[in-house]
Design a binder for this molecule. Structure first.
Ligand SMILES: Cc1ncc(COP(=O)(O)O)c(C=O)c1O
Length: 389
């Protein structure tokens, strides 16, 4: 069994991809070809956002938004302590200070009450309110600038609390929707929730993935979209040899756009299948003692980028039992971000964010993709139920 089987989808759309990629060979516009524009307008419409700019990866989508806002030294950027590294890496790359925030134990997403304390702690330079890195306590106080809520494992973060809090504190909100494109929150689609900017990833294993690296940025703000268009091509001004600011090469290849277009045609149906596979899992694991299956907060649908269970006791034994039966699993994530070597200078204790730390000990992601058959899901569940009875 594969953890994510991309070949079944590939067989289904092989002909459509062949036609689309052959069209690129014939027109030869490998950079910013017509497929890129077509994809961007379809993605903007899908997400319900005024603008979509495709780009080179989900990491670069985060980076370019932060660059367009000129986030840098002296800025505090609030990020969950439990997420993929890039969420904290991109602000740090620009010299800003990531301020880690603990997560909710049920959804694995940023805990808004903890965010509120973290913002106050930065403003008051009060480490008794929230664990802070040394940079937050230096003579020149950090400016609370931006929050990056992550829609982890496929479900939207707690925007009902985060958006009003950000508004009252004057924070920019950058939605990291890398794992949740296609999911919904209060009837709106992820990356079209009304945040100042949103980022997603088309890494091959993502629910909407290309055959290489890719990503997209979404915003309703016309001026920001114009700035992002410049950042994406080396800070271009009137043309690409007029460089009015520092940017990057952040474009999506035309070939990847040509691959994403046929994938977008079947995306809605794949999302339905994802919900079906998740329902089979939830039913099949209902008797597995001590195991917690993913739970959604109200008003959301998830795309289940990962189907992540909690196993409070004996996780590694369970993973071995599954492996013996040819069933792969993964741990997303084995370490909270504040204990990563790259953030050693923050000097934060391993248990500074207890829910994130405990989650790292308990999470186990199971094989999941929209082409899983019921008997495959049942086979995984049977091994888990036997082991956890
Ligand atoms: C939450 C999150 N943010 C950002 C990224 C970065 O995306 P990419 O791998 O396309 O750079 C990922 C990718 O795994 C992710 O899961």
């Amino acid at each position: 069994m594969e953890f994510i089987d991309l070949s079944r989808q590939q067989k289904r759309i092989a002909e459509a991809i062949r036609l689309r990629t052959e069209a690129v060979f014939s027109h030869g516009h490998y950079i910013m070809g017509p497929e890129v524009k077509e994809l961007e307008s379809r993605l903007a419409e899908y997400a319900g956002s005024r603008h979509c700019l495709s780009c080179s990866s989900g990491s670069d989508a985060l980076l370019m938004l932060l660059m367009a806002w000129e986030v840098g030294p002296g800025d505090a950027v609030f990020v969950p302590a439990f997420t993929f590294f890039a969420t904290a890496e991109m602000p740090a790359l620009l010299g800003a200070t990531p301020i880690f925030v603990d997560i909710d134990p049920v959804t694995f997403n940023m805990d808004p009450a903890c965010l509120a304390r973290a913002v106050q702690a930065v403003k008051l330079q009060d480490v008794s309110l929230h664990p802070l890195p040394p940079a937050a306590l230096e003579a020149a106080p950090l400016r609370a600038r931006c929050v990056i809520p992550v829609d982890l494992f496929g479900q939207a973060a707690a925007y009902e609390q985060i958006l009003p809090l950000a508004e009252s504190e004057g924070l920019l909100v950058l939605e990291d929707g890398a794992q949740a494109f296609g999911g919904t929150w209060m009837g709106k689609r992820v990356c079209g929730l009304g945040c100042h900017g949103a980022a997603t990833s088309f890494f091959p294993a993502k629910p909407l993935g290309c055959y290489g690296d890719g990503g997209a940025i979404f915003t309703d703000d016309d001026a920001l979209a114009a700035e992002l268009a410049s950042v994406r091509v080396h800070g271009k001004g009137t043309d690409k040899y007029d460089n009015r600011r520092i940017g990057i090469n952040g474009r999506l290849d035309t070939m990847q756009a040509a691959i994403l277009l046929p994938k977008l045609d079947i995306f809605a149906e794949e999302l339905e299948r994802r919900e079906q596979v998740a329902a089979w899992y939830a039913r099949g694991l209902s008797d597995a003692c001590g195991v917690t299956v993913p739970r959604l907060a109200g008003g959301r649908t998830s795309v289940f980028a990962q189907y992540t269970i909690r196993v409070p006791q004996g996780r590694s034994d369970l993973a071995s039992a599954l492996k013996e039966q040819g069933i792969p699993t993964n741990i997303y994530y084995p370490k909270p971000l504040h204990v990563q070597g790259a953030f050693a200078e923050h000097g934060l204790a391993a248990d500074a964010f207890p829910v994130a730390a405990q989650s790292c000990e308990e999470v186990l992601s199971l094989p999941f993709h929209p082409y899983m058959e019921r008997d495959e899901v049942e086979r995984v569940c049977a091994v888990i139920s036997d082991h956890c009875s």
